[in-house]
Each structure stands twice: as C-alpha cells, then as structure tokens.
Design a protein around this ligand. Structure first.
Ligand code: AP5
Length: 217
C-alpha cells in the first residue's frame, strides 16, 4: 500500500504516519526527518537546508526531491516493506508532478491520500508543546501525549528536544506557506486519487481509528 499524508504543520501527520506505517508494515518516509538528519550530520544538503528550515521556509524542490528519490528507491528497503507512506512530501505542485515521474519510472503508484484537517490556531499550541526524540524521532506532546519520564523518549531513552522551527512566529510562517504552496495539491489529488479527509482535532487514537477504517487497515 502506497499512501501520501497531507495536512498543515502540527496537524498530526507524523504521529499518524508512524502508526499507519507500523500497522500496515510499510515505510514511513518523512522529508522533514530526512532533512533534519542531513542537518544533524552536517552534510552539504544539511548545510544548505538548516537556515531555510529554521526560518520556516521550504527547502528548494530539487534538494528535497533528490533526498526523497534516494530514500524511496532504496532497493534494500523496498524489498523489506510492502509500500510506503509519504509525510511532508509533496509540498508544492512541482513536487507533486516530480513524484509522479519518479513513481512512473519505478512502476509504482499512489493508492490513496489521507488529509488531516485542523484549525490553524490549534496548531500553535500543539507545536510549542511538541517534543521530539533526538535519536529515534518519536513525537510527544507535553499535555496530550507526554513521555513517561520527563525529557526522555519512552521508546529508546533518547533526549527529547524542541524543534528549532517550533517558535510561534515561525509556526505562523509555516502555516502561511502551507496554505499557499501545499493546499493546491489537495485539489489536484482530489481529481486523481481517493482522498480520505479526517478531523485532526480529535484525540490521537480517535484520528487513527478513523483513518484505519477509511483505508481498510
Ligand atoms: P516537517 O517535518 O514535514 O514539518 P511540518 O509539515 O511542518 O509538520 P510537523 O512535523 O510540524 O507536524 P505534523 O503534522 O507531523 O504533526 P505531529 O504529528 O508532529 O517539515 C519541517 C521543515 O522541513 C519544513 O518547514 C521545510 O523547511 C522542510 N521540508 C520538509 N519537507 C519539505 C519538502 N517536501 N519541501 C520543502 N521543504 C521541506 O504532531 C504535532 C504535535 O501535536 C505533537 O506534539 C503531537 O504529539 C501532537 N499531536 C498530534 N496529533 C494530535 C492529536 N490528534 N491531538 C492532540 N495532540 C496531537
């Protein structure tokens, strides 16, 4: 099963994509995580992306596409999993069209699109309370999904950190860009694929069970 998950920053894409991937035994491919890894490792891509990400702007399409293509077409990973869920990609119409080209070349296709809908104002609160594991990338929320031990990841014991781009002014910039650059993809996908819309303001488990029902997990 090959899926794309769309939604504003903080809508819960990463949280739900990780759960869907685990349950469906597919790969969770997050371009945000790939970029943050590149920044942490200090690669050329990471050096180019760091300032752009901290400012809440989009990294140029060609950089993200290269990262995405390498990950998506990794033979070893393709042989181990029965599909993928893309989280954070595509983010522009140009990325959406480029993705079609990559998939056509590999004989793959998108089976469905999950879109998490949420009021932008709720997002600012969510993201300022988000903590992410610096090691395994697990995501927590200090109120709605706290770790058992403060500052420590339940899954691997890694350190929980606040992302550089989770400051209120940067969150608003990211929301603006989402509306302008990413929302138009939804109209395109409505014409091409089954799009499953879910209310992201509900509790995490409720959102997951709604998605599971819709995509038949
Ligand atoms: P990326 O990492 O993709 O960030 P984003 O899209 O802004 O989304 P977030 O990760 O902030 O939120 P989310 O929807 O995954 O929510 P989460 O599940 O964490 O991208 C970061 C940056 O990288 C971009 O700004 C850009 O610079 C660059 N980038 C990445 N991809 C790119 C691309 N394709 N092209 C160009 N640039 C790119 O949840 C948020 C919080 O809410 C958590 O604390 C969670 O525990 C909590 N939560 C989740 N669901 C619920 C719920 N239902 N109820 C209550 N709390 C909840």
């Amino acid at each position: 099963m090959n899926l794309v998950i769309l939604g504003a920053p903080g809508s819960g894409k990463g949280t739900q994509a990780a759960r869907i991937a685990e349950r469906a035994r597919i790969r969770h491919i997050s371009t945000g995580d790939l970029l943050r890894d590149a920044v942490a490792k200090g690669t050329d891509i990471g050096k180019r992306a760091a300032g752009i990400m901290a400012a809440g702007r989009l990294v140029p399409d060609e950089i993200v596409l290269e990262l995405l293509r390498n990950k998506l077409m990794n033979d070893e990973e393709r042989s181990r999993f029965g599909g993928w869920i893309l989280d954070g990609f595509p983010r522009t119409l140009a990325q959406a069209e480029a993705l079609e080209g990559v998939l056509d070349g590999a004989g793959e296709k998108i089976d469905g699109v999950v879109c998490i809908e949420i009021d932008p104002e709720a997002v600012v609160n969510r993201l300022s309370n988000r903590r992410t594991c610096a090691s395994c990338k697990a995501v927590y929320h200090l109120v709605s999904n706290p770790p058992a031990v403060e500052g420590e990841c339940d899954a691997c014991g890694g350190k929980l950190v606040l992302r550089d781009d989770d400051k209120p002014e940067t969150i608003r910039k990211r929301l603006e860009i989402y509306k302008k650059e990413t929302l138009p993809i939804l109209a395109l996908y409505e014409k091409r694929y089954r799009v499953y819309r879910v209310d992201g303001s509900k509790p995490i488990d409720e959102v997951m069970s709604k998605i599971s029902g819709l995509i038949g997990l």
